[in-house]
Design a binder for this molecule. Structure first.
Ligand code: KG4
Ligand code: ZN
Length: 342
């Protein structure tokens, strides 16, 4: 029997998530359930508070797992393995997810598979798209901004990364500065809709610098200075700052990605594929900028639906299933003794 049904658990930031995924022998997958509880306990603090997140994961983990099993019709068994994010992330949350997964695996005597959170994002496009290896991955989340070459499961080469803030972090800080609330990305995007993106001449980070790294701290500072100069801000000022910032962020991401595409070695007879993943990939202006770039180069753009771009457990289940297929089941005694990893 080469079909695997796997439970995935994700708790590395502020979503408590569980999903059941079925992987068939031919490599196709079905998402049987995908439950995400987003913690609303952090709103008053302008960012995720690790201690509060960890406690909320303890409260919600069991309910979320139970709902994922119920929706998948798997409450009476039938799960072959359980995968959980083992890092990187907020340590308290990662511990809750790992211990929940270990307990489930031990009680059913099934394998427990630790999964790197970034690997989940890296493979997420394969949940819903026909996306063969190799591809260029732009991972843009609250904690990471990276360009990677993905050659296969477990075969990732990092080409570039942010030298200061992550893209999502820059959106979140911009929102906080303008009093828009968290998470900042969707708030900035919404405010930008009625804004004038040409009003502020924001810097173009690393324009002349070779390589594929990113930088967002200069943009963040420019936004702060513009806001300070105009204070008190009208709604139109806020909309214009958001639109200008979003435009600058999209251009920067596209400019660095274009460099990586130019240097990307495509196998003979194949075409280039760009995958965007991570929460910031939900941004419509960034998607539009990358769509235009990809079209101009004759590449294909693959973007997972938003619910699989932001943190979710289906991507963790998929990464776990791929490792199980590639490497076989790790002995339970060994994985039960694993600590979270950075
Ligand atoms: O991947 P993710 O859910 O969590 C991790 O960081 O791992 O990404 C969350 C980030 C946050 O910074 C959030 O503000 C950003 O993604 N984000 C967006 C949008 N939706 C979420 N940023 C820009 N535009 C959006 N529409
Ligand atoms: Zn993430």
């Amino acid at each position: 029997n080469d079909t695997i049904t796997i439970l995935g658990i994700e708790t590395s930031c502020d979503e408590t998530a569980a999903a059941v995924l079925r992987r068939h022998g031919d490599g196709t997958t079905e998402i049987l359930s995908n439950i995400i509880h987003t913690q609303d306990d952090h709103a008053a603090f302008g960012g995720v508070v690790p201690e509060i997140a960890a406690r909320a994961h303890v409260e919600k983990a069991d309910q979320v797992v139970t709902r994922a099993l119920e929706e998948a019709g798997m409450t009476d068994g039938g799960i072959d393995a359980v995968a959980a994010t083992s890092g990187p992330g907020l340590i308290g949350g990662v511990m809750v997810g790992m211990m929940t997964a270990k307990a489930y695996a031990l009680s059913r005597a099934i394998p427990f598979i630790p999964v790197n959170h970034l690997e989940g994002h890296a493979l997420s496009a394969r949940l819903t798209e026909d996306c063969p290896f190799p591809y260029l991955l732009l991972l843009v989340s609250g904690g990471h901004t990276q360009l990677l070459r993905v050659d296969g499961v477990g075969r990732y080469a990092r080409l570039g990364t942010t030298i200061d803030d992550a893209a999502g972090e820059a959106f979140d800080k911009t929102a906080k500065l303008l009093g828009l609330g968290q998470p900042g990305g969707p708030k900035v995007q919404a405010a930008a809709e009625t804004g004038d993106a040409t009003r502020f001449d924001l810097p173009r980070p690393l324009l002349k610098r070779p390589g594929y790294d990113f930088s967002f701290s200069g943009l963040k500072t420019a936004v702060r200075l513009a806001a300070e100069e105009l204070a008190p801000l009208s709604d139109q000022d806020i909309a214009d700052i958001c639109a200008s910032f979003q435009r600058a962020a999209a251009k920067h991401l596209a400019a660095r990605t274009e460099r990586a595409m130019t240097d990307f070695e495509i196998p003979a007879g194949d075409t280039g594929r760009l995958v965007i993943a991570g929460g910031v990939a939900a941004n419509t202006e960034i998607r539009a900028a990358l769509t235009a770039l990809v079209d101009s180069k004759g590449w294909t753009l693959l973007v997972p639906p938003s619910k699989y771009c932001t943190d979710n457990a289906a991507m963790i289940a998929l990464a776990g299933a791929e490792h199980l297929v590639a490497e076989g089941a790790p002995p339970l005694a060994e994985t039960l003794a694993l600590a979270p990893r950075a």
